[in-house]
Design a protein around this ligand. Structure first.
Ligand code: FEO
Ligand code: CA
Ligand code: CA
Ligand code: CA
Length: 625
């Protein structure tokens, strides 16, 4: 049975489809950027009339013949099949599939027909695995794993045509998304879920939450059900992840807009338009619950799109939405520290032409010290990248913008536009190098670059870090903070890699010099550093292996040496799938990797495909990351 067609519509495709924007080209920009392409492969890159020039030394050039020299594995070929592939000397097996029980009472919940009974949904592992982190809780291995969205074509009876037709169907969809906390343990043949562990927990669209920071209690988040504006319900579209220095989990609410609909005629506000709220909803929740109907509860969407903190140690703890970190389509949250001990969180807003943000706490983190206020009392900044390879963090303050603090945080995108933040090619994961003060961000792709403005009307002509119009391959930017201090307000930047296809193009779409025929990929998305300082890169791109993408095959995970620029392919996933979510066992001997929206009948070989987390280890038992 070929199930590839039922995974075709990713959440991002859906978001684009429901929110088509003006196709009018800005002709001038297109012409201008075409001229800027010249000279790309001559060793220099010239951008802008200011003539900022990239010296070849800044672009991490490497000789192709030297590539892969520094990796401990033999890079693998592309794949176009419905299976997972890892290098020689490595093994993999499934850890947990969508619908697998977390509790004994969840056994058998995933039926022969590939459907989960709605009343069983909170006892099983959620669908469409995404960001994940590992925690050492008194020697036990606790995983926290996001379930980004539910695929209605997979989960609803065919007669429902992909939209919940009953309250019970809506309830199913609400409970198979969110976050799973689960304990895993070794059983001699790798890790497996510990059924009925006291840590096991499902957090979903109906879980009670609290809110911290300036927006808690604000008029903007009050609803009929919560007149105090301090008790939002549910976390949704949980994309990337983060881990605090004090051992809690950060889940990042991304495309929350798609969960809200209007049951009567509705003229969208500026705030709704900027966040893509007001179109058709993906599941039809608004037909069964008023809070999802923006004509009844216009403030409900303001209660989503936040960084939410979960304590994996206490299954009875209430998750906290941290308003100080801003509301946008959060990809992940990478926490590190400023030189003086303040907490720094880097965050991307994954939408075409949106921004990169940084939060800096006012208080200082010390091991074992109080963490009170570290994510609720601080300053939010947005990134401005100059074409001369410098950049600065622009503070979003009422004084600089003329909006109230609550408005700045709820409508962070609008605040970012007002201060002139740099529009980016869809910022996905951000990863901070643990061995040196340096930060990487995957800019996955942006077909609108140089073609049309972002949702706020900001110009999106090509610029330094986003140098290609109609960018369908993506790039990875990195920056080094001034004085090696993540708390500094300025930085220098360069591009670690521009993905491309040297088989198809000889211009800048061939990619940077560290792209070879042997490591081609498109649409970098997930990223994480391992303990050795290697950068693992996961892709969520075009897997058709034809046209501009010929020779790239299925989505993949690669490993990058950030000193030499070398990048090598480590893993490929089944046709249709993206690779997303990466974490390691406590002894670093096993990598846990997420396979989202696979095609075919992966991993069971029969029935519907099931998104799953797999485990990968070395046959010689050595550390993998
Ligand atoms: Fe959920 Fe931007 O990826
Ligand atoms: Ca995705
Ligand atoms: Ca992603
Ligand atoms: Ca993506």
């Amino acid at each position: 049975m070929d199930n590839s067609e039922i995974t075709e519509l990713s959440w991002d495709d859906f978001d684009e489809m429901r929110d088509p924007r003006d196709e009018n080209n800005e002709f001038d920009h297109v012409v201008e950027s075409t001229l800027r392409r010249r000279g790309f492969l001559c060793g220099t890159l010239a951008f802008g009339s200011g003539a900022a020039v990239f010296g070849s030394g800044l672009f991490t050039p490497i000789a192709a013949e030297n590539s892969q020299a520094s990796f401990e594995f033999e890079p693998i070929d592309i794949a176009t099949d419905f299976d997972v592939h890892v290098p020689k000397g490595y093994q993999w097996k499934t850890l947990v599939r969508y619908g697998d029980p977390l509790f004994e009472k969840g056994e058998g919940a995933y039926g022969e027909d590939g459907l989960v009974a709605p009343e069983m949904a909170e006892f099983v592992f959620g669908e469409n695995t995404d960001g994940m982190e590992t925690f050492d809780v008194a020697g036990k291995t606790i995983l926290t794993i996001n379930s980004e969205y539910a695929n209605p074509k997979i989960n609803l009876p065919e007669a429902s045509e992909g939209l919940a037709q009953t309250e019970s169907e809506a309830s199913l969809l609400k409970h198979i998304q969110g976050v799973t906390v689960l304990e895993v343990a070794q059983n001699g043949e790798g890790y497996q879920v510990v059924l009925d562990s006291p840590y096991n927990r499902r957090i979903h669209h109906e879980t009670p939450m609290t809110m911290s920071g300036p927006v808690a209690g604000s008029e903007l988040v009050k609803t009929a059900a919560d007149p105090m504006g301090k008790a939002p319900i549910g976390t949704m579209n949980n994309c990337g992840s983060g881990k605090t220095l004090w051992g809690t989990y950060l889940t990042c609410e991304e495309n929350f807009n798609g969960y809200f609909g209007a049951t009567t005629e509705h003229e969208p506000t500026i705030g709704e338009l900027r966040y893509g709220i007001g179109g058709e909803s993906r599941y039809g929740y608004e037909l069964f619950e008023e809070r999802f109907d923006i004509t009844k509860e216009p403030n409900e969407p303001h209660r989503h799109g936040w960084i939410t903190e979960i304590d994996p140690v206490d299954p009875n703890s209430t998750p906290i939405k941290h308003s100080s970190l801003g509301r946008f389509k959060h990809e992940n949250a990478e926490m590190t520290q400023a030189a003086d001990g303040r907490v720094v969180v880097y965050m991307g807003d994954d939408e075409r032409g949106e921004f990169i943000y940084r939060y800096v706490s006012n208080g200082i983190y010390t091991e074992g010290g109080s963490t009170e206020g570290l994510l609720s009392d601080g300053q939010l900044y947005v990134a401005k990248f100059n074409d001369d390879l410098t950049g600065e963090w622009l503070a979003l303050t009422p004084e600089s913008i003329g909006m109230s603090l609550e408005e700045i945080l709820v409508f962070a995108r609008i605040a970012g536009s007002k201060v002139g933040a740099t529009t980016m090619d869809r910022p996905e994961w951000i990863a901070a190098n643990p061995l040196k003060p340096e930060v990487y961000c995957a800019l996955t792709n942006n077909k609108n670059r140089g073609v049309k403005p972002n949702a706020g009307g900001d110009d999106t002509s090509v610029n330094g870090p986003n140098p290609r119009e109609s960018n369908h391959y993506g790039q990875i930017i990195r920056w080094t903070p001034k004085d090696e201090d993540h708390g500094a307000h300025t930085f220098t930047w360069d591009l670690y890699i521009m993905a491309g296809n040297p088989n198809v193009y000889e211009n800048e779409y061939a990619g940077s010099e560290n792209v070879t025929q042997g490591n081609m990929f498109n649409s970098p998305d997930g990223m994480a550093f391992d303990s050795k300082g290697q950068l693992w890169i996961q892709t969520d791109g075009d897997y058709k292996n034809e046209g501009d993408f010929e020779g790239m095959g299925n989505n993949q995970m690669l490993v990058g040496n950030t000193e030499t620029g070398e990048i090598a392919r480590f893993m490929t996933v089944p046709y249709g799938a993206e690779v997303t979510g990466l974490s390691w066992s406590l002894d670093k001997k096993v990598a846990f990797v997420g396979v989202q929206h696979p095609g075919g009948s992966w991993p069971d070989g029969k029935g519907k495909p099931r998104s799953s987390v797999i485990q990968i280890w070395r046959e010689d038992g050595k550390v993998i990351g």
